[in-house]
Design a binder for this molecule. Structure first.
Ligand code: HEC
Ligand code: HEC
Length: 218
C-alpha cells in the first residue's frame, strides 16, 4: 500500500500501541506515538529511499529531538513535519527520539549508483574542495559517516535523495536548527554535481561499523 499524507495525518488522532524507548523501557501510555510515523519512516525507522524520506534508525537521540523541536518552532521548514511535530508534546518528542536512536535496522535495498560518482563523492567527504575552502565532510561527520555525536548526524546509509534535499534546503535558507549555521556555509559552496556525488557516496556506506574480527579485538 502506498501511504498517503491524508491517511497518515488521520492516524495522529488515534492513540497508539506500546513502544520501546531507547533504553528498552516499554512505554505503555502516551507518548507511545510511533505508529503515526511508520507510514512514512517505516516500521523500523528505515525510511523510504525512493521517496527521499529519511532513515531515523540509529541517528543520535539528541539530534533527532533537536530536529523535531526545529520543525515545531519553524527553524526547520517542512510542511508535513510541522504538522506532525506540533501535535507532539515535549515528552513525546524526546521519547520518539530515544526510540528511533535505539534501532539497529538494516539498510533498505537501493540501486547502486555509478562507481565513478561514488568515488568523486568519497573524495569530497575525505578532503573537501581546497580550491573553494570546502572542508571534508568527514572532519565533522566522522571518517565513515558514523556516530559523530549529537551535533554531527550519521550520514552513512542515509538515502541519497534525502541528503540532496537536505543540502538544497540549507541553500534555500529553510534549515536553521544548528546554532552555528555551519551547514549553510558548507552547502552554499557545493555545486549540483558535488551534491549528487557526495549524496551517492554516503548512501553507499554501511549503516553500522563492521563487527570486530577476533584479530582486531584488543
Ligand atoms: C507523511 C509523511 C511523514 C510522517 C507521517 C512523518 N514524517 Fe518525519 N519526515 C518526513 C519527511 C518528508 C521528512 C524530511 C523533511 C525535510 O526534507 O526537511 C521527515 C523528517 C523527519 C525528521 C528529520 C530527520 C533528519 O535526519 O534530520 C525526523 C526526526 C522525523 N521526520 C521524525 C518523525 C516522527 C517522530 C514522526 C511520527 C511522530 C514522523 N516523522 C512522521 C515525512 C513524514
Ligand atoms: C564544520 C562541521 C561540518 C562539516 C565540515 C560538514 N557538516 Fe554536515 N552537519 C554539521 C552539523 C552541525 C549538522 C547538524 C545540523 C542540524 O542540527 O540541523 C550537519 C548535518 C548534515 C546533514 C543532515 C543530515 C540529516 O539527517 O538531515 C547532511 C546531509 C550533511 N550535514 C551533509 C554534509 C556534507 C555532504 C558535508 C561535506 C560536503 C558536510 N555535511 C560537512 C556539520 C558539518
Amino acid at each position: 500500500m502506498r501511504p498517503v499524507i491524508g491517511g497518515a495525518l488521520l492516524l495522529l488522532g488515534v492513540s497508539s500501541l506500546p513502544v520501546l524507548a531507547g533504553n528498552g523501557e516499554v512505554i505503555t501510555k502516551p507518548p507511545g506515538r510511533a505508529t503515526t510515523c511508520t507510514p512514512c519512516h517505516g516500521r523500523n525507522g528505515e525510511g523510504q529511499p525512493a521517496r527521499g524520506i529519511p532513515r531515523l534508525a540509529g541517528l543520535n537521540a539528541e539530534y533527532l529531538e533537536r530536529q523535531l523541536d526545529g520543525f515545531n518552532n519553524g527553524a526547520r521548514k517542512n510542511r508535513v513535519m510541522l504538522m506532525i511535530a506540533s501535535d507532539l508534546s515535549n515528552d513525546e518528542r524526546k521519547a520518539l527520539a530515544n526510540y528511533y536512536a535505539g534501532m539497529t535496522t538494516p539498510k533498505p535495498e537501493t540501486a547502486p549508483a555509478d562507481q565513478a560518482v561514488i568515488a568523486a563523492g568519497a573524495k569530497i567527504a575525505a578532503t573537501g574542495d581546497p580550491s573553494n575552502d570546502l572542508p571534508g565532510c568527514g572532519q565533522c561527520h566522522g571518517a565513515a559517516g558514523l556516530d559523530a555525536g549529537a551535533n554531527f548526524p550519521r550520514l552513512a546509509g542515509q538515502s541519497a535523495l534525502y541528503i540532496e534535499k537536505a543540502l538544497r534546503s540549507w541553500k534555500a535558507g529553510d534549515r536553521k536548527v544548528d546554532p552555528m549555521g555551519v551547514m549553510a556555509n558548507v552547502a552554499n559552496k557545493l555545486t549540483d554535481d558535488q551534491i549528487k556525488s557526495v549524496a551517492a557516496y554516503y548512501e553507499s556506506l554501511p549503516v553500522a561499523a563492521p563487527a570486530p574480527t577476533p584479530e582486531s579485538r584488543p
